[in-house]
Design a protein. Structure first.
Length: 402
């Protein structure tokens, strides 16, 4: 330490420790409202002095100094219990808890939340990426110099989207810590992750959609498939639809509930976003299908007798209970195989959106029908012009220029 160099009274002190580091101390106001002596450390006198100056700057600016000594793991568990669980949808909590338990706690859990640095978060994110690539390319630990440096290669491939989700959960948790004045900045915001690219939605063509509906006409869930193709409703929205939300006289349907499997049981929950709640006019095809479906359900109710459990759902099981989503996927399998399709059930929603766009319906109207939260989703994921459409467009340009 430079000799003869001394801070004035009240400005704090810097001393040399036995381990060779310099320690600076100053009295500051902490986030709990208590005035405490705060210690910072540096390898050199100048580094310790720089941190001391930062402490004083925060104090003079009225920024409380965090005084928590919690680890990242301790804080994440607190955040899940006190912030996420009471205020988020059950499915959201389940997803966040899984990310915290599986990725964040093993990777960063032992770090002190107060001293967590952006470099540490960046290194951890890069390690997650490398592990993902090892599994993706089949690299084996110890046999390829490109393999990840962790003790054991991960068993599952993490997609860029999953890496983005893991980073987002950490970012959200640390932002809550900032709001509670436990830390002064969110270091996860300083770390960028690769934005995943999404493929365009591949819906059925209009002729193929007609063939599929004709094939399914006698199926007990025929009306569900009609709503998926004509209104673009999601699987959970269809299975969570109540008869109270359907007005066949006015010809309207309100999407306001969602069926999800949470914690091993089926639950009716609220939609994730405000734009998912929407009232839609019923096309005549959908109105007829729902009228026939109501009559068929009345017969099923009579046949079930005492076994029927009334829930008021439009598309329940054969005894009135919520319908298992996986069974819906299985019912789609035979139709897909018969017509040689590779489309998932969710692609029936894509069918509605793409056909509407192909028919020239304004994108903002399509967005509201599908319940998208942003027009970019409608145009970026679903709006893809076919080769024939591009050819017709360029032919018009050719005619204008000739």
């Amino acid at each position: 330490m430079p000799r003869g160099r001394r801070n004035p009274n009240g400005a704090g002190s810097i001393t040399l420790r036995k381990d060779g580091r310099y320690m600076a101390a100053a009295y500051v106001t902490t986030a709990s409202g208590v005035r405490k002596r705060k210690f910072v450390y540096g390898k050199t006198w100048d580094e310790a002095h720089e941190k001391l100056v930062e402490l004083h700057s925060m104090e003079h600016s009225g920024v409380p100094i965090p005084d928590t000594n919690s680890t990242v793991a301790q804080y994440l568990r607190y955040w899940l219990a006190e912030e996420v669980k009471p205020n988020r949808r059950p499915k959201t909590y389940q997803g966040y808890e899984s990310v915290v338990r599986t990725h964040l706690v093993p990777g960063l859990g032992k770090k002190k939340i107060r001293t967590l640095r952006a470099q540490e978060v960046r290194a951890w994110v890069n390690r997650v990426r490398i592990e993902c690539q090892c599994c993706k390319h089949g690299w084996d630990q110890g046999r390829d110099e490109k393999c990840c440096t962790v003790k054991k290669c991960c068993n599952a491939t993490l997609s860029p989207r999953m890496v983005q989700v893991i980073h987002a959960v950490l970012r959200n948790a640390l932002q809550h810590a900032v709001r509670e004045e436990l830390i002064t900045r969110n270091v996860a915001k300083l770390v960028q992750v690769t934005t995943p690219t999404y493929g365009t939605g591949q819906g059925l063509s209009a002729p193929m959609a007609k063939l599929v509906l004709k094939e399914l006409h006698e199926h007990r869930m025929y009306a569900l498939y009609v709503l998926a193709m004509t209104l673009g409703m999601r699987r959970g929205e269809l299975l969570g639809l109540y008869w109270d939300a359907v007005d066949l006289e006015k010809g309207t349907l309100t999407v306001a509930t969602n069926l999800q499997r949470v914690g091993g049981e089926l639950r009716i929950v609220q939609p994730k976003t405000r734009t998912s709640v929407r009232t839609l006019p019923l096309p005549s095809l959908a109105a007829r299908a729902l009228t026939e479906h109501r009559e068929r359900q009345a017969q099923e109710r009579a046949d079930a007798g005492m076994e029927w459990r009334e829930h008021g759902l439009v598309f329940p099981s054969r005894i009135g209970t919520p319908y298992e989503p996986d069974n819906l996927r299985r019912s789609w399998g035979p139709v897909r195989r018969k017509f040689g399709l590779t489309h998932r059930f969710h692609d029936l929603r894509h069918t509605c959106v793409t056909l509407l766009l192909d028919l020239g319906v304004p994108p903002h109207v399509v967005m509201q029908i599908a319940g998208h939260s942003d027009l970019d989703v409608t145009m970026g994921v679903y709006a893809h012009a076919s080769l024939d459409e591009k050819r017709r467009a360029l032919e018009k340009l050719d005619e204008a220029l000739c």
